[in-house]
Structure formats: structure tokens, C-alpha cells
Design a protein around this ligand. Structure first.
Ligand SMILES: N[C@@H](CCC(=O)N[C@@H](CS)C(=O)NCC(=O)O)C(=O)O
Length: 199
């Protein structure tokens, strides 16, 4: 199997880290690629052009990080993802995902030429991200993310670890010491160290 991804995508990092957590390095090849160019190789396999994209050995194409993580996780025990009926775990997954999706919108906005950026979008996403950082500071203080690795932890870790100062203005550490300590600890895992985004 192959997973195509950029090395900067936090969604791709979730899949790359899960591959390491599951010790699937020999089963899934990570193929670094580029996106958002007219000739990106992603378009040969996935018309959406998005990463991460997984191609199985029989040629089946998966997109969407959670779907890819669910599929890979299903291949071998122990499972990392919460069972369908574990609502507490899935609520946390969704919350972390909500934070990641907002930060992705913010990051994309500030990558546009300055005269094309929307200050209201940037302000909206910045306040959402900082609000959610505060929520997660309380959640990690309660110990809710200290169990065996799960998708909520993986999502939160890939959202925040190794991305300090990105996007510019996302200064969440000072007001959220519990979250900062949790991210530093989670970020020390081999799977996180080996998937650090470049630069
Ligand atoms: N919901 C998707 C989001 C994936 C996504 O937004 N990927 C970005 C990179 S971070 C991408 O492929 N962008 C290229 C494009 O929009 O053409 C997932 O969870 O996999």
C-alpha cells in the first residue's frame, strides 16, 4: 500500500504517525508529494487532489484522514481508534478535529497574497483556535487524554506539536500550560518525532 501526502499536512501526519504507532512501516509506503499544482501526481489517483490519499494493493483509493486511519487501524489489533459506540472518546476526537479544521482554514488564508486575505476570517479562526486551546487545557488537566493513544490524542498532537508560531498569532502556550505540557509529552513519542513537519 501507498499513502501519498505532503510532509507538512497535519492530516497526512496523522496517517504517517499511525503507521508508526501500528508498526506498519513495511506495509505502507509513504510517498511525499505536492498539492495545489496543475500537474500534482495526486490527480493521477485522486480527482480531489487532496492528501492524505491511500492506495491499497488492489488499487482501492481512500481519502480523508479519519477514514484512512480507521482502515489501517482495522488491519491489526490492538485498535487505536475508539469503537463506534464509545461516545466520550468520539466526542473528544470530533473536538480535536474541529480545532484542526479551523486552524487549517486560518493557515490557508494567511498563505494567500496579503491583499487577498480576509481579516474577518483570520480573526474568526484565531479566536476559535484560542478558545478551543483553552477547552483542551481543561480537558488534558482532567487526565482525559492520558490513556493509551487514540485518535483524539493523535489529532490534537498533529494539530499542535512542532507547529509553534504557526499560523502567526497562534500563541496558545502561555495561557494553556497544561496543554503545552501534554503536547510536549505526546510530541516525544517516536511516531511524532519521526513525522515532524519540515521547517
Ligand atoms: N478532510 C481532509 C482534509 C485534507 C486536506 O485538507 N488536505 C490538504 C493538505 S493539509 C490538501 O490536500 N490540500 C490540497 C488541495 O486542497 O488541493 C482529511 O481529513 O484528510
Amino acid at each position: 500500500m501507498k499513502v501519498l501526502t505532503t510532509l507538512t499536512s497535519p492530516y497526512g501526519r496523522m496517517v504517517r504517525a499511525l503507521i508508526i504507532e501500528k508498526a506498519f512501516e513495511d506495509r505502507v509506503e509513504v510517498v511525499p508529494t505536492v498539492t495545489r499544482t496543475p500537474d500534482t501526481p495526486i490527480l493521477d489517483v485522486n480527482p480531489s487532489g487532496r492528501v492524505p490519499t491511500l492506495i491499497t494493493d488492489d488499487g482501492t483509493m481512500f481519502e480523508e484522514s479519519v477514514l484512512i486511519c480507521s482502515y489501517l487501524d482495522s488491519l491489526e489489533e490492538p485498535r487505536v481508534l475508539a469503537p463506534q459506540a464509545d461516545w466520550d472518546a468520539r466526542i473528544l476526537e470530533a473536538r480535536a478535529r474541529s480545532m484542526l479544521d479551523g486552524i487549517a482554514v486560518w493557515s490557508r488564508e494567511v498563505r494567500r497574497p496579503e491583499n487577498e486575505q480576509s481579516p474577518p476570517i483570520v480573526a474568526h479562526e484565531k479566536s476559535r483556535a484560542l478558545r478551543l486551546a483553552g477547552v483542551f487545557d481543561g480537558i488534558v488537566a482532567s487526565g482525559a487524554l492520558n490513556g493509551p493513544i487514540d485518535l483524539a490524542q493523535l489529532t490534537l498532537g498533529c494539530t499542535l506539536h512542532g507547529r509553534d508560531g504557526k499560523p502567526v498569532g497562534f500563541d496558545w502556550r502561555g495561557d494553556n500550560p497544561n496543554l503545552a505540557a501534554w503536547v510536549d509529552k505526546f510530541g516525544a513519542r517516536k511516531s511524532m518525532q519521526e513525522t515532524l513537519p519540515p521547517g
